[in-house]
Write a protein that binds this ligand. Structure first.
Ligand code: ASP
Length: 319
């Protein structure tokens, strides 16, 4: 294990349908929330705390913001509920914790971490996960905490499309927007976390990729990954682990490995989304095959950056 490494942090607030004509005020609020998440994560790293602390600090900020599909602001299920999924993984030890389908946990990422650190299990679901939460120092809230009018309207739109038999076409209104964070700490340890409300209109206890270790979330000694997008495709390709294994076994740089999975494998199957990837040398990749991906990063130069669109569009907007 290296000591005195330059820490790094990468976050996302989801890929997917991001309207290019997004209201400037909303865009400002989103950029500010991403920046706040970076600041909280970076503060943990600068204080010499472990990568896991930076990941949970950054994700908790995004879960509490109504602008992302995680915690407050999560999308609604088909029957009008918010069912939340989250996972965390420690690259140095391959320990992991995850929760799925929880409805009263304000910060699911904190519960995922408690599962990893204080239970003998990796993954807990629904009422059982919440029973465990009550034995821990975890804040529980009424379901109304998660509700935003905008997400409710998105569900109504999705239900209208579904009623017209446009199930596939309705994917354009499913509003991805999961959040994730990756950190590299001063000891050279990596960690990854992801938190989500899933996909608008999900049914029958559907669980996506985010809480499934290796699908939406992965960290090992070389590389950390958090995905966002149409979760079924990330599950079918074991997307996060596939990226990390390309890095480990094929020796590919993170950009190449991530590109092959996000713009290669997932796209070829008809899926969409993006991912953030961070390696143990501070190398960063953030590919997406959607219009945009809310994201932020602090590389080994220590400078915080936030972006939504591709590099050309960002440059055009910066004028
Ligand atoms: N991947 C998430 C899911 O399928 C959705 C998202 O990224 O927003 O549950």
């Amino acid at each position: 294990m290296r000591h005195g490494a330059m820490p790094a942090l990468v976050i996302h607030g989801g890929a997917g349908v991001i309207r290019k004509d997004m209201h400037p005020e909303r865009e400002r609020a989103i950029r500010a929330a991403l920046r706040e998440a970076l600041d909280q994560g970076q503060a943990a790293l600068r204080a010499g705390r472990p990568a896991l602390d930076a990941v949970t600090a950054a994700i908790a900020v995004l879960e509490d913001s109504p602008h992302f599909n995680a915690g407050r602001g999560a999308v609604f299920t088909h029957d009008g509920r918010n069912e939340l999924d989250a996972a965390i993984m420690d690259g140095a030890t391959l320990r992991a914790g995850s929760v799925a389908g929880v409805e009263h946990v304000r910060n699911p990422i904190l519960l995922a971490r408690a599962v990893m650190e204080h239970s003998p299990h990796v993954m807990l679901v629904g009422a059982g996960a919440e029973a465990f939460a009550r034995t821990q120092d975890i804040v529980l809230v009424e379901p109304s905490w998660f509700r935003t009018e905008e997400r409710w309207q998105q569900l109504q739109e999705t239900l209208r499309h579904d009623a017209m038999g446009e199930h596939a076409a309705a994917d354009h209104v499913r509003h991805f927007g999961t959040v994730g964070a990756l950190a590299l700490d001063m000891e050279g340890r990596l960690a990854a976390g992801t938190s989500t409300g899933g996909m608008t209109g999900k049914r029958w206890g559907r669980i996506g990729d985010a809480p499934v270790i290796g699908a939406g979330t992965w960290a090992d000694a070389r590389c950390a990954v958090s995905g966002t997008g149409w979760g079924e495709f990330y599950l079918r390709t074991a997307a996060a682990a596939r990226i990390a294994l390309r890095v480990e076994l094929l020796g590919e740089p993170v950009a190449q490995a991530a590109e092959a999975v996000i713009n290669g494998k997932i796209r070829a199957l008809g899926g969409s989304g993006g991912a953030i990837v961070l390696d143990a040398d501070g190398g960063i990749a953030m590919p997406f095959n959607t219009d945009g991906m809310f994201r932020g990063w602090v590389g080994t130069d220590g400078v915080p950056n936030v972006a939504i669109w591709n590099a050309d569009e960002e440059a055009r907007r910066a004028g």
